[in-house]
Design a protein around this ligand. Structure first.
Ligand code: NAD
Length: 498
């Protein structure tokens, strides 16, 4: 009933809350009952309780309906004035700010991210992403080349058409913005497929999209699971998938894209990022960043520095300070709805069981320095954990855990640590802590990853490219780089010789 009330009228007011969850698809600017009768179940990780068992799971007909609406909207949207697109994105950013507390709550319900830490940070970042890409709408210029040979050459950046974003649960609002904003700014229509674990914040955006004034079919939202994602990835009329999620799913998407219409893909995948602390590093600063890196969003961050390597001269001091700081952070774990909580639970039972498995097996693979166990009996809380002296080939050193679990190992030489840092299939992020600028620059070049922090780690900016090497993905988000991922450069040659 509440769903119907929200969809009635031209401008739905933002009435979504924990007592009125958005559960329908957002197609052609209307909240719509899915044709597919299968539904999603969504749980609260703080106590394992069921939040809803009737959230729409978009099936084939629903995906087709959204694609058809997007195709119908594309010709006019492509020709819409850049400044009009800018204003729509800016308006959406303002509405996200206005309803930020509610959007964060809708996300928190099933992600468990406290407002005081990740919740408010994510909402601010989401609005900022829409503003940043709004600014690009009338500035993403093409190129032109001289007519010295009798031909004037022009390169235009043209939108692809119907594009889609498939996103994970760990930053559902921010990843939605980082994909949709550049797609829309460059004149594409966009279909968002949020994770089955965290659909509410994304679905609620539907009301704001309509209120901002986006034309029907331009920006749509299909809740669903992997089957919905697969339908999008294999759809013959979708021209691009921007995906963020696990490496395993990324492989499947690449395959589906290749087997269907060779649609463009961007893959932002997992990581096992190293932080390297040299003897001359500022100890306090290195500890601060290394703790934040693995505790932020309960360690559920793709670019978390989960392998910490410390040079032998400073190792004992670092170990002592790092242990203390992790134990201080452990005191902030609790009910994500409580104002003082900084660390919430793991997102759901599946992920909790996965992390618990690593904790259990990790005790045989290394020495437990701190943490290592579940907190309480209810919900999916785990202690911030550090294992030391872990063999380089151990599972906890090689595989992405995606929880607040770090390994801490000692090293002697620069040569040795470059080899260790690069001995991974991933290449998303790295951190180098040292006062020696020459060494920092050497390592930033030698480490094979998309991003390297010097005296910082596990952070990102809208103005610089974001993404990984090797199995951490392909393509880049943010900055001008993502605009290129959502456009086709078209060359026009004008013959001036006749
Ligand atoms: P996931 O791969 O399980 O799911 C991600 C999304 O893909 C979900 O929306 C899911 O429904 C969909 N999906 C699942 N199977 C699919 C299929 N066969 N075809 C199409 N879509 C499918 O990942 P997750 O568990 O939601 O997220 C955690 C992972 O995401 C971690 O590995 C993490 O490192 C990664 N991640 C990466 C970044 C980055 O920018 N590099 C950012 C955040 C998270």
């Amino acid at each position: 009933m509440a769903q119907q009330e929200a969809s009635a009228g031209d401008t739905p007011s933002f009435s979504w809350s924990k007592d009125n969850l958005p559960k329908q698809l957002f197609i052609n600017n209307e909240f719509t009952e899915a044709k597919n009768t299968k539904k999603l179940e969504v749980y609260n990780p703080k106590d394992g309780s069921l939040l809803a068992n009737d959230v729409a799971l978009a099936g084939e007909h629903d995906v087709d309906a959204a694609v058809a609406a997007a195709e119908a909207a594309f010709p006019a949207w492509k020709k819409t004035l850049a400044t009009t697109r800018r204003d729509l994105l800016l308006k959406l950013a303002d509405l996200i700010d206005e309803h930020g507390v509610r959007l964060a709550e809708l996300t928190r319900l099933s992600l468990g991210a406290p407002f005081a830490s990740f919740g408010s940070f994510e909402i601010k970042g989401t609005a900022e992403a829409f503003r940043y890409f709004a600014g690009w709408c009338d500035k993403f210029a093409g190129e032109s080349y001289p007519q010295d040979d009798g031909f004037m050459k022009i390169v235009r950046n043209e939108p692809l058409g119907v594009t889609a974003g498939i996103i994970p649960w760990n930053g559902p609002m921010a990843t939605a913005a980082l994909k949709s904003a550049p797609a829309l700014a460059t004149g594409n229509c966009f279909i968002l497929k949020p994770s089955e674990k965290t659909p509410f914040g994304a679905l609620a955006l539907g009301s704001l999209i309509k209120e901002a004034g986006f034309p029907p079919g331009v920006f749509q939202i299909l809740s669903g699971d992997g089957s919905t994602g697969a339908l999008l990835a294999s759809h013959m009329k979708i021209r691009k998938i921007s995906f963020t999620g696990s490496t395993a799913t990324g492989r499947k998407i690449q395959e589906l894209a290749a087997k269907s219409n060779l649609k463009r893909i961007t893959l932002e995948l997992g990581g096992k990022s190293p932080a390297v602390v040299f003897d001359d590093a500022n100890l306090e600063n290195a500890i601060f960043w290394c703790v934040n890196a693995i505790c932020g969003n309960t360690g559920q961050i793709c670019f978390a520095a989960s392998r910490v390597y410390v040079q032998e001269g400073i190792y004992d001091k670092f170990l002592e300070g790092y242990k203390k700081a992790m134990e201080e952070r452990a005191k902030t774990v609790g009910d994500p709805d409580a104002a003082e909580t900084l660390m919430g639970p793991i997102v759901d039972k599946l992920q909790f069981d996965r992390v618990s498995g690593f904790l259990e097996r990790g005790r045989d693979q290394g020495t437990l320095l701190t943490g290592g166990y579940r907190i309480g009996e209810q919900g999916f809380f785990v202690q911030p954990t550090v294992f030391t002296d872990v063999p380089e080939d151990a599972e906890i050193c090689k595989r992405e855990i995606f929880g607040p679990v770090a390994i801490l190992n000692k090293f002697k030489t620069e040569e040795e640590i470059i080899a260790k840092a690069n001995d991974t299939n991933y290449g998303l992020m790295a951190g180098v802590f040292t006062q020696d600028i020459n060494r920092a620059m050497r390592l930033s070049s030698e480490i094979d990853s998309g991003m390297v922090g010097i005296n910082c780690v596990s952070l990102a900016f809208l103005v610089t490219p974001f993404g990984g090497t090797k199995e951490s993905g392909t393509g880049r988000e943010n900055a001008i780089h993502v605009l290129r991922m959502f456009t086709e450069p078209k060359t026009i040659m004008i013959n001036l010789t006749y």
